[in-house]
Design a binder for this molecule. Structure first.
Ligand code: PLP
Length: 459
């Protein structure tokens, strides 16, 4: 039989085993997966930690044999692009956050880009963001929380954060609202929630959109409710440092079906059609639409309602995500336990260090253990970080610090609300060490002791 060659970027170009054959139990597949599981068990066998010789990383992936099996199982499907595993992964993410819809993306940065770009859609009518509109955001944080504002021709309005939560207060956000303000886009700082409940109320009062960047906060709760469920849109990152990983990856989620449809369009080339890869005519009107200035019946698959991207993930990534979701609760519990352990071990350093504190009414799923050297500390941050580096203890900064001081911000148009004094303190004196589930008590103690030693506390 002659093979059917279909044109178009999302069409298979050769005969493909049907779904039933792909997914059916196959003894050869079972023995391959058995071997993979055994291989992973050997690879992942824990090594003995030798203090001073082995790294205490600030973050990292935590894989188990099932993660390897999931990756290979999806690869054996031969489907490659988003497919059955992605459907399941998106369902699990939405369920976990407590919203109607999650859409996976190839990174947390892409998720942020999609979330903000969605708000520029003409489908939102009067509420669509227009060039020159303002978006309030924190000055201190990760650059790709902020960059989508610039990339969409909007103006960032930077607000200061407070210590020891490292988030802006609701009052600071309120004070930054001006006549052109249309949205608020904030990250939960290193897993510690900002007051998303209060800020959503504030946003509603002023007719503003709220995007919650939860890239560092998967599992954090406020009043027992998952962060990300307060805003109109939320985002996650699955880069290896994060709470779960898909290698590269992220997600946008929302409770609003219209926003979900817009995000999906921006993610999938900007198309109006919402067929899953390999599917046709989901809307049942593929050749019946008349949109834009196109002729009537122009294939809906090739009709574009947005200037979109392609930011989808592969089904191997999604399968890994599904395997990681099964471990999310354990990961969160380990992060919380490690955080408490470090806090206890560093309690008597408070004279020199600002210790992190959870926001009122919150239960953070901590990304790291954030510290700020007080002005009276006996050393500079760079000296302390060098010392920790020499002792193989990994450290990180609160990302870009005060982003207005970064080289790429030179000459850009923005507004600063207030003097950003705390963002400057964060830039000059804050850093964090790890709490991720791959760290043992021995590693945490070693890291805490080296900090205490350098500060001359208890030594
Ligand atoms: C708060 C925040 N937002 C967004 C991102 C971007 O995520 P990704 O690295 O997956 O692009 C990060 C990365 O760590 C982050 O910390």
């Amino acid at each position: 039989m002659k093979s059917l060659r279909l044109c178009g970027s999302n069409q298979p170009n050769q005969p493909f085993p049907n779904d039933a054959r792909r997914m059916s139990k196959n003894p050869m597949r079972e023995s391959i997966l058995h071997l993979v599981r055994e291989f992973a068990r050997q690879q992942l066998a824990p090594a003995t930690f030798v203090p001073g010789r082995d790294m205490v990383p600030p973050a990292g992936r935590v894989l188990d044999p099932e993660a390897y099996v999931a990756l290979v199982n999806a690869a054996l499907d031969g489907w490659l692009t988003t497919g059955r595993f992605n459907e399941e992964f998106e369902r699990l993410i939405a369920q976990r956050i407590g919203v109607k819809k999650a859409l996976t993306t190839n990174s947390g940065s892409s998720a942020n880009l999609l979330a903000l770009s969605a708000l520029t859609s003409p489908m939102l009518g009067e509420r669509a963001l227009k060039p020159g509109d303002e978006v309030i955001t924190a000055a201190a944080g990760f650059p790709t929380t902020i960059n989508p504002i610039l990339q969409n021709g909007l103006t960032p309005v930077f607000v200061d954060s407070e210590l020891p939560s490292y988030n802006p207060t609701t009052q600071a956000i309120g004070a930054a609202i001006g006549p052109r303000t249309r949205a608020i886009m904030l990250a939960h700082a290193l897993g510690n929630p900002f007051r998303a409940d209060e800020i959503r109320t504030l946003a509603d009062r002023h007719g503003l959109w709220l995007i919650e960047d939860c890239c560092d906060a998967f599992g954090s709760t406020l009043h027992g409710r998952s962060v990300g469920s307060f805003g109109h849109l939320g985002t996650l990152s699955f880069y290896p440092a994060h709470h779960i990983t898909t290698g590269e990856g992220g997600a946008v989620f929302t409770d609003d079906p219209l926003l979900a449809r817009i995000v999906e369009s921006f993610r999938d080339w900007g198309r109006d059609c919402y067929c899953a890869p390999g599917k046709d005519n989901t809307c049942g009107k593929r050749f019946d639409w008349q949109l834009g200035d196109l002729p009537c019946g122009y294939d809906h698959k090739y009709t574009y309602s947005h200037a979109g991207y392609n930011l989808k993930i592969t089904d191997m990534q999604a399968a890994l995500g599904v395997a990681q979701m099964a471990r999310l609760n354990d990961f969160i519990a380990a992060r919380r336990a490690n955080f408490l352990h470090l806090r206890e071990r560093l309690r008597d350093c408070e004279e020199f260090l600002v210790l992190p504190e959870a926001t009122a009414a919150s239960d953070p799923s901590w990304f790291g253990f954030l510290l700020t050297l007080r002005e009276n500390a006996p050393c500079s941050r760079v000296d302390l970080l060098r010392y920790l580096d020499q002792h193989k203890i990994g450290t990180r900064l609160l990302f870009a610090g005060n982003v207005t001081r970064q080289p790429y911000m030179k000459g850009r148009h923005f507004r600063a609300s207030g003097d950003l004094a705390v963002a400057n303190v964060i830039t000059e004196r804050s850093f964090w060490i790890g709490v991720y589930p791959g760290l043992t008590t021995e590693m945490l103690d070693y890291a805490a002791d080296r900090i205490r030693e350098f500060l001359g506390v208890g030594f």
